[in-house]
Design a binder for this molecule. Sequence first.
Ligand code: KIV
Length: 264
Amino acid sequence: MRRDKITVPRLMEMKRSGKKITMLTAYDYPLAEILDEAGIDILLVGDSLGNVILGYENTIPVTMEDIIHHTKAVSRGVKNALVVSDMPFMSCFSREEALRNAGRLIQAGAEAVKLEGGLAFEDKIRALTEVGIPVMGHVGLMPQSIHQMGGYKVQGRTPEAAKKILNDAKAVERVGAFSIVLEGMPSNLAKKITEELKIPTIGIGAGAHCDGQVLVTHDLLGFYDFAPRFVKRYANLRKVILEASKEYKKEVEEGTFPTDRHIY
Ligand code: KIV
């Protein structure tokens, strides 16, 4: 299947034409290659790699070096998808740091960066877009702020909280972001934001009205016994990998693998 390269203008065009945008996380070469072949529009080198790849409890310990390392691997596996890399915790502390760190991600192979935060990050987002680095915003439930939010809780349930998220989303658009992730919020709030913004919204745990959807790939492929309620599991790779590796162990131990056919 031949596909065209996904670009920032193309994503804006998809919003205008009503074509849903698909985004998944990717952290390594083989999965990036497969997801790209499947036609996924955007591959996010998310700081969720802290949870699903590095075994941390949350995304806070993830460093610039971690994201750079995984961005290099993902970008080598991609032909058509847009590669977006997360700005990890405290990597946008100042405008200068945001510029320096985003620049490092672009040099590692990212085509855009994603950063968590609204109004408070206006100056950083503006600085990045002014030098030609496309920015994806991220509002609502922001995993880098779990200590402030008191855990992974749906945001924007009260009218005041909903208004703040809407204002954050508008600020992100105003300063030049090309799209925005809406995470963990009521579906009617995500719908309102989607209707009021010109840039595409990508939802996760935010209902069906966004311009696109994103999931953590390891959740949808079923690598772990636990998955959040908003996830749909499309496969149970944990079971497949467990069964395959047990079968290998059994065959090596009983001497049925390798046979004479399995030679170099
Ligand atoms: O890090 C990540 O995977 C994300 C998505 C959940 C949007 O930020």
